[in-house]
Design a protein around this ligand. Structure first.
Ligand SMILES: Nc1nc2c(ncn2[C@@H]2O[C@H](COP(=O)(O)OP(=O)(O)OP(=O)(O)O)[C@@H](O)[C@H]2O)c(=O)[nH]1
Ligand SMILES: [Mg+2]
Length: 439
């Protein structure tokens, strides 16, 4: 990237001034408008030392801020003795250069900040490769401008075949080779993951999705003994994790924790994290977690919808969960969220408040999408008994001379396998949603 990168992982925190654009007439203060950038900066171990916004519709194509505002920014940086500035948007390399020239300290943009956080949090080989891929892809289009700039400094502007031109080719080839190696390695990991998902027993799968910091990992930890890292930082989770969750009554479903969504995520990251989120695509039900106490909850719900749409998951059944109820002082604040989804369930993962309602909503969903059947399990097929108890909801059972007579609620796929294994359906009730559709 640029010649003077900011590395915050050296042990001491860097003080930074945050800056960005807000629409004309936006009444928010600079600190309010840049609140999320502030959280991101803190997550990347910066100390935000001040905020500055300019009210304008579009960024200046050459320098992002107008020249007068840039001078103001330079003044603030000097006064605050800050050693970096962070922009709320992604900058073109030329914009970043113009800003650095005017302000005199290194400038980081939103994409670089997010890439840095992802690099800090990546743990598994897959997450590490995905982050490296995104960083290389971010760098690729910036090579030419970087070298053109150097050429210009040497007075060689526009000379094709100059030292810079050759170096661009060398750099580009190196990057291309590394990118294709990473892509190959990722493909292998993804193939393995797909096989893992396909080999999964017929368990109902629930994916936890939502804006970063909404409480997905906290809920996962509460319901299973996953021990997933949950903390008040953005992007704590970068890897998809799936764990069995035993519902009351003994039935097991699978619960998948996923990477958090964010507005203005660098598209290189969205692309390379597609594989991570892909596991969510195979879910039978989405639990969409929202931080109900956030002033930006409505926008966050919209962002989550947009990301789900780009993943093609917008039509998966979902239950919206409004979390952090303990921080909501007035439930009337939740009204705009209920207007988006009137069936949204308010909970506090922290205190446990509302969780029984969430469990009931999940059981109701299962009852609506599965079949209720009466099944005779002959003694010869008795081995299936344990599997039924683990994977289906057993509503009643008693033993007869012929075998075990059970009323169960079961997915069509599992029912098919049980019948192939010797179970006999004695009575079948269609789920309520199906009968409504038939009439
Ligand atoms: N007050 C309160 N805090 C909560 C609640 N649930 C989660 N938190 C806190 O919110 C922060 C974020 O929780 P996580 O579970 O890491 O959130 P996440 O959605 O997994 O975040 P990412 O992995 O970054 O996408 C942590 O500090 C949690 O302790 C809640 O019900 N009430
Ligand atoms: Mg998490």
């Amino acid at each position: 990237m640029r010649t003077d990168p900011i590395d915050t992982r050296q042990g001491h925190a860097t003080e930074a001034i945050l800056f960005g654009l807000v629409p004309m007439g936006d009444p928010r203060t600079a600190a309010e408008a840049l609140h999320e950038l502030q959280l991101l900066a803190e997550t990347a171990d910066f100390v935000p030392a001040g905020c500055m916004v300019q009210h304008r519709r579009h960024a200046d194509p050459h320098s992002y801020f107008g020249s007068g505002k840039l001078e103001e920014l330079a003044e603030v940086v000097k006064l605050a003795h800050s050693s970096a500035i962070i922009c709320d948007d992604s900058l073109t390399p030329n914009q970043a250069k113009a800003i650095e020239a005017a302000v005199g300290v290194p400038c980081l943009d939103r994409s670089e900040l997010i890439l840095q956080i992802f690099a800090m949090h990546a743990r598994t080989p897959q997450a590490k490769l995905q982050v490296e891929l995104a960083a290389l892809q971010y760098e690729m289009p910036r090579l030419r401008r970087r070298w053109t700039h150097l050429e210009r400094q040497r007075g060689g502007i526009g000379v094709r075949g100059g030292a810079g031109e050759k170096q661009i080719d060398v750099d580009r080839n190196l990057l291309k080779t590394r990118i294709s190696t990473i892509n190959r390695d990722l493909e292998k990991i993804e193939e393995h993951k797909v096989r893992e998902v396909q080999a999964r027993p017929d368990l109902f799968t629930i994916a936890l999705v939502g804006y970063t910091n909404a409480g997905k990992s906290s809920l996962m930890n509460k319901l299973t003994d996953a021990g997933v890292l949950a903390e008040n930082r953005l992007f704590s989770t970068l890897d998809t994790r799936t764990r069995p969750w035993r519902l009351s009554g003994g039935r097991t479903v699978l619960l998948t924790d996923t990477v958090g969504f964010l507005r203005k995520l660098p598209h290189q990251l969205v692309a390379s994290f597609h594989a991570t989120l892909e596991e969510a695509l195979h879910a039978d039900l989405l639990l969409v977690l929202v931080d109900g106490s956030s002033a930006e909850a409505v926008e966050q719900m919209q962002t989550v919808d947009e990301v789900l749409e780009t993943l093609g998951s917008q039509n998966l059944p979902r239950i919206t969960v409004l979390n952090k109820l303990d921080l909501v002082t007035d439930r009337a604040n939740l009204t705009p969220l209920w207007q988006i989804d009137p069936r949204a369930v308010p909970v506090s993962v922290l205190t446990g408040d509302g969780l029984p309602d969430l469990f009931a909503a999940i059981q109701n969903h299962l009852a609506a999408v599965e079949q209720r059947v009466e099944l005779l399990l002959p003694h010869s097929a008795g081995a299936l008994h344990g599997e039924i108890r683990a994977k289906a909801t057993v509503l009643s059972e008693f033993y007869t001379e012929e075998g075990c007579l059970m009323t169960i609620q079961v997915s069509p796929a599992l029912l098919g396998r049980l019948m192939a294994g010797g179970a006999r359906v004695t009575e079948k009730n269609r789920p309520p949603s199906d009968s409504a559709a038939d009439s």
